[in-house]
Design a protein around this ligand. Sequence first.
Ligand code: BGC
Length: 828
Amino acid sequence: MMNSPTPELLDRVHRETATDMVRQLSNVEKASLCTGRTFWELQGVERFNLPSIWVTDGPHGLRKQQGDSDHIGLSDSVPAICFPTAVGLASSWNRGLLMAVGEALGQACVAEQVSVLLGPGVNIKRSPLCGRNFEYFSEDPYLSGEMGAAWVQGVQSEGVGASLKHYAANNQEGHRMVVDAVIDERTLREIYLPGFEITVRKAQPWTVMCSYNLLNGTYLAENHLLLTRILKEEWGHTGLIVSDWGACNDRVKGIAAGLELEMPGNGGIHTPAVLAALACGELSEAQLDAAAIRVVELILKSRPALERNATYDRDAHHLIARRAAEESCVLLKNAAGLLPLSKQENVAIIGALAATPRFQGSGSSQINPTQLDIPLEEIRNLLATDNPPPFAPGYSLTHDDIDQQLIEDALTLARDAGTVVLFAGLPDSYESEGFDRNHMRLPAAQLKLIEAVMRVTDRLVVVLQNGAPVEVPFLDQVGALLETYLGGQAGGSAVARVLFGEVNPSGKLAETFPLRLEDAACHDWFPGEPRQVQYREGLWVGYRFFDTSETPVAFPFGHGLSYTTFTYHQLRDAETDLPPEQVDSDQLGEWDGLTVKCDIENTGAVAGYEIAQLYIGADTHSVYRPRRELRDFVKVWLEPGQTHTVVFELGRRGFAYWDKDVHDWMVEAGDYRIGIGASSADLRLSCGLKVLSGTAATPPNPALQAYLEPGKRTFDTAAFTALLGQPIPKVNPTFPYHPNSTLGEIRGTFIGRKLHKLVLRSVKEMVPDEVDEKLDRILGAMLGEMPLRNLVMLSGGKFPPWLLTLCIHLMNGQYWHALKTLISRGKR
Ligand code: BGC
């Protein structure tokens, strides 16, 4: 029997075939291949029998649009299983689960003839306010990368591709299309890139999607450093880079920088510029060929799955979604073992979100679920009694006003109940792709309701549905607090099972819940100015800041309770079985070489998962460093009384920092501390470790004093300049206007107002008659923040490039240039 070819051999064959095909194409054909055919399809090449393949949004389900297309969740898509969003999945800390979800998504892609699923998003949650935090995994790069890699491996095991996004430094929605993220090299390497790096190195996503924004002055879509030097050359990415939808600024520079595919299709508006660049030598034919080859390779890789006539089992996938939702639940507080509830309990259910759950986020990831489990119904089904728990909405989901009558009705139920389960959370209009949140509070009407209910019962369970942290001013007075995030289509049954003990919750926070929004170190610098955001806080993101500066939080990173208890014993070197004492960093691999282990015992009465986390901190160091950083984690299932030995793997990178002067990872010799425990703030075992070899620690740079004392938050201009190693770039003025001026910026001009109206009219054709608050905010941001160049791209030829140039000259009062543009229009 013949062995099937190895992936490496297949890749080689694809590369050779693609190279051969591209050699036979004209330059026009090559340029055209490097741009999509439609909103969701790539170009094929008929004479080579290369199909035009589909890519589709996700990531927590398929958003395959067969009718109208859009990238903000307006038009319908085929029914698909809706899994919990990334923040929930990451709270599972379960690589195997992420892989299973990925496999299910991959199977759905194959069944729907989709070749690439656009996800996962591994951007770091710099601020709790980023509108898209629900779609990202964590504030920690290691956890993000591990989750991203497992997800990609799962999807790609089915013969379809993933698209790792949004590369990079896309940590806010505000002005995401034009904002320049100013980040120092060390912070970029230690915080904002490793999630991508780990996913690329471990899982080789077929595609990586570059983000809209600029990084240190250059659009990601034409950023040679990020796309070619780091992604392709350093990390060895062999797949293709695709632009986010409409992220292409200068197509020629993009190809030269390594951006192979531009999406969505735009009728080839950039082909003339590409040909002209070839003619004058600005772009070489080899550069265009390299791009076209990667596009053909992607199509070749996709072909076998398209030829499979597959379906998938919706019921089985619904159960995977339910398991994922269960493992996404984080039990934040459980005073006096209030949870789990007994099925005999006299329970009242309060909160509109129990009957109309928020189960996914808004925007391009919004999918059309095959079914939806409603928490209220699922609780009633689970209890199966003749006396189902009564329900009162308590607040409205369509407006924020406090409705006293709704509160009174809820109180009537609460007074009669033994226990109240109150569902609260963020409505759609609070968080979405397209805009950031303004604050971290729950809606006022919900807070009022919680306050009122707290006064009539001392057995109150609050269940949260939200995509990012919220302030919990009521924490001290509630008995239990269960974070369910956005649980997907099976979130309703999952929460019912957790509340009543059919499932023991095991999730742990993949992000910190600050006490107050102002406590986050980036607070004064988020989201920055429309055209520039300075990442002044440097490495002080999430727990790295709270922990090091000893700023109290509501819930620390990695926190999550269980219905059982776990004890940790004996931290030791996995090889010698003795406490680890020293390690020679020269003997370590990048990611492996040192293994440590400990025993975990389930000391409670029920079986459950524990997520054990390993953190490393440096005691001696010449650069500023967080007190501790997550370097590995293990999730283990334990029956009551059972003990299991868990093993952690560490390499050089566990001890390293990025040295901006040598542009490389460095390990300093000296004393480090390993801590293992149940959260970043609950380390149960720890030991010192001497690292030998490596560089010698020197006195810290006094210019960076502000970063050594993060609690003072004096990240002023002088400190940030020192961190950047160069002056902070000046923000470009809004005038004179240019193709990257936004519709908002030109609104003061006559032409600007006309263009705004025109775009509004065409968008209105796509939206329902009744625009709700969420859609209103998305559209407002979309229109105001859209760069003018995208008018050309989205117009399908009705607004050609010369017309844009003409409008810009007119708005700038450059009438002579305007006349010349008019005369020579369409000639290039
Ligand atoms: C989003 C991407 C998405 C794309 C296509 C963009 O606006 O940022 O995440 O994949 O649209 O819908």
